[in-house]
Design a protein around this ligand. Structure first.
Ligand code: ADP
Ligand code: MG
Length: 699
């Protein structure tokens, strides 16, 4: 049956239209003011909104409400309270007050806090974020909230994200003012995250402990076919996948998530979904919801959606592309080159600010996407390398070169400008000019940060991006603020020129997958932080601490707690993987090999008993190989256990992470090698797990 999509869209969202119809005019106006300018919300407004929300929620079948928040895991958290309130005569009424809307008090003791809050001080509170709309899911009213400790420390991802958006707004406004723009009142950052994922059959998934516990396969020989035929990317959707995607779109649309693009990705069983971009805060919330709904809808379709960065060895892993820009309340995208000289200047200033920010804080950007899972992608010849560099494309690179050399940009017959560039051509996104190997690419009117892992919240990279750019803009504003109007063009030119000279090392338009680039990047002095522990070590360096505390994104305590949590997360992930690996080998793989060896030995002796002088060389050969592989697995298992215990025993969390990285990962790889060789020798009938072939090609 044909659905009315515009009617369906946002039908479960307490959006502006609903607010306008449900709220008294003055209350609606007051709320709008809070949403737009972040002004304080009076209790009478909150009460009025609460009543309207409750009515709307109940009309739409809700019985409960929850303060929905994003603790320092990659997941969201919720605790549901019903609207019921006993009236004392055995009856109830449905109630929801402004106070309940604005503030909640979940027990915070079991969320990671990196030592910020001792467990005896378990209280934390959630505070309503009116800039992200409330919605209904599973008959509960969801209220997006920030999550803090009672002493005011952020315990979540939303709080620092909102702080970083504020910082960027403040500093970008200063720059616009010195450039003579008096109109713009507010600048927001925008994000469109493209999300990659795998779909596997639920029954097969349920037979794989590694997928269940770790989200990725720890062993598994390659299937006869992988992605070498390049036949999956943008290929025809299989009916089961198409049905899934259709359902997914509808569920997302109901929640006001503008799912727009869907297609098959490079690896078999891999797909992508991209929404239309939104304000960063909303985009982050929506991406969290998208990941959750992807899993839920998959379950309904008898499938499992894998969001791990590297579910399968030997074929591409999954990432997220964080398309990012800044836009004004007057509707101007600050990374759009524009059509007039003034717009061009503005564009160049913001463009160059991003370039400097990425160069100055490349380490933080790398850190912001660091995780055990993403380590399998970055630098692994499929995803961007672990080195952060910027792709600008030939044309824009020429423009910057012209500024650097005090030449006029001579492209597209445009008008000459005082600042040394001609009016820039409009950078229409050109697919021939796109570089898929670049971690940070300019794509016409936005940057695309491609290092993000598929399973992680997009909050962290945006916190860093916003703050780093805010910092550079604040330096720019400082330099230009006392320049007299008649000297401004020259001053801007000089600023652009010196910034380009100082930071052009981070621009790289070539192939980021080559070894030559790794060497070249080292010569240029760029960071190459290969693994999560390598990267995280830099998180709390004086330079980075100065940036993040200087813009009030984190207090020193908050920063250090996040550093601890990230390291802990890495250690815990590898610990689970190590234990799972041990179990797979010990309880399943080795017994399977024994079973098969018995069968082979029996076959050999049976043959001999019938035809005494028949050769059983092939059986003997097989038995020898399997014996050798078993022996090596038994020895490998002992090493793995020993190294895991050593890594666990380290006093310091960084040392522990490094030990896991340098020993346990290698042990697991060695074990995997033997297991995969054995798997190739075993018949389907004794294999403990469904093969890669089945997992990747059965849908
Ligand atoms: P790709 O070829 O990389 O898939 P698309 O044109 O599909 O590129 O865009 C990818 C994402 O970029 C989409 O989510 C889109 O909404 C987003 N996007 C477009 N403009 C902006 C912007 N100004 N700020 C943030 N994201 C944007
Ligand atoms: Mg993209």
């Amino acid at each position: 049956m044909a659905q009315n999509i515009p009617e369906l869209y946002g039908s479960l969202v307490f959006n502006d239209k609903i607010m306008r119809t449900k709220l008294p005019k003055d209350m609606y106006k007051a709320l709008r003011k809070t949403i737009q300018n972040g002004s304080h919300l009076e209790l009478d407004v909150a009460n009025s909104v609460a009543v309207a929300m409750k009515e709307w929620a109940i009309e739409n079948g809700a019985t409960h409400y929850t303060h929905w928040f994003q603790p320092m895991t990659n997941f969201t958290a919720e605790k549901h309270d019903s609207f019921i309130s006993p009236t004392g005569d055995g009856q109830i009424i449905m109630e929801f007050s402004g106070k309940e809307l604005v503030k909640g008090e979940p027990d915070a003791s079991s969320f990671p806090s990196g030592g910020l809050r001792a467990t005896f001080e378990a209280r934390g509170y959630t505070a309503w974020d009116p800039t992200s709309p409330a919605f209904i899911k599973d008959r509960t009213l969801y209220i997006p909230t920030a999550f803090c400790s009672y002493s005011g420390e952020a315990l979540d991802k939303k709080t620092p994200l909102l702080r970083s958006m504020d910082a960027l707004n403040v500093e970008a406004l200063k720059v616009l003012r010195v450039l003579g723009n008096t109109e713009v009142k507010h600048i927001t950052t925008t994000v469109g995250p493209e999300q990659e994922y795998f779909l596997v059959d639920k029954e097969l998934y349920n037979q794989r402990k590694d997928l269940i516990y770790c989200g990725r396969t720890l062993i598994g020989a390659p299937a006869p076919k992988g992605q070498e035929m390049e036949d999956h990317y943008f290929g025809t959707l299989k009916p089961r996948v198409a049905a899934y995607m259709h359902d997914l779109d509808e569920e997302l649309w109901k929640l006001g998530i503008p799912a727009k693009t869907k297609h098959n990705e490079v690896a078999p069983a891999q797909h992508e979904l991209a929404p239309v971009f939104d304000t960063t805060n909303v985009a982050v919330d929506h991406n969290q919801l998208t990941m959750e709904i992807m899993k839920k809808v998959a379950d309904k379709h008898g499938m499992v959606c894998l969001l791990h960065e590297k579910p399968f060895e030997g074929i591409n892993g999954s990432g997220k592309h964080n398309n990012w820009s800044m836009s004004t309340d007057t509707g101007v995208n600050l990374l759009d080159p524009g059509k007039t000289p003034a717009e061009n200047t503005q564009f160049l200033v913001f463009l160059v600010a991003v370039i400097k920010a990425v160069d100055d804080y490349a380490d933080l950007l790398r850190i912001s996407v660091a995780s055990a899972g993403n380590d399998h992608r970055l630098g692994a010849n499929e995803a961007p390398p672990a080195i952060v560099s910027i792709f600008l494309g030939d044309e824009l690179t020429e423009v910057l070169k012209a500024i650097e050399n005090d030449e006029f940009f001579a492209g597209h017959g445009a008008i000459q400008m005082d600042i040394g560039a001609k009016v820039l051509p409009h950078f229409v996104k050109d697919n021939t000019d796109r570089n898929r190997t670049s971690p940070f690419a300019f794509t016409g009117n936005k940057f695309e940060f491609r290092m993000l892992g598929s399973s992680a919240s997009v909050a962290n990279p945006n916190i860093i991006l916003n703050t780093a750019v805010a910092e550079v803009l604040s330096q720019f504003a400082e330099k230009l603020k006392d320049v007299p109007a008649e000297e401004m063009n020259q001053a801007v030119h000089n600023l652009l020129k010196e910034t380009i000279i100082a930071h052009k090392r981070v621009i790289f338009n070539g192939n980021g997958y080559t070894d030559e680039w790794v060497e070249e990047a080292e010569k240029r002095g760029l960071y190459n932080l290969k693994s999560t522990p390598d990267a995280l070590e830099q998180f709390v360096s004086p330079k980075n601490e100065a940036l993040l505390t200087g813009h009030n994104i984190f207090t020193k305590g908050e920063l250090h707690s996040r550093y601890e949590i990230k390291l802990e997360n890495y250690v815990k992930t590898l610990h689970i993987e190590s234990c799972t690996m041990a179990e797979l080998i010990q309880k399943d793989m080795l017994p399977s090999i024994t079973t098969y060896m018995e069968q082979v030995a029996r076959t050999a002796s049976l043959k001999k008993s019938v035809v005494p002088d028949i050769s059983v060389a092939s059986e003997a050969d097989l038995l020898t190989k399997l014996t050798a592989l078993s022996e090596s697995m038994i020895a490998g298992l002992a090493t793995l256990k020993e190294d895991t215990a050593k890594a666990e025993g380290c006093e310091d969390i960084l040392a522990s992470a490094k030990a896991y990285q340098s020993t346990v990962l290698a042990d697991m790889e060695a074990l995997r090698k033997s297991a995969d060789e054995a798997e190739a020798l075993l018949p389907e009938s004794v294999l403990p797990y469904p093969t890669y072939g089945k997992l990747l090609f059965s849908i």
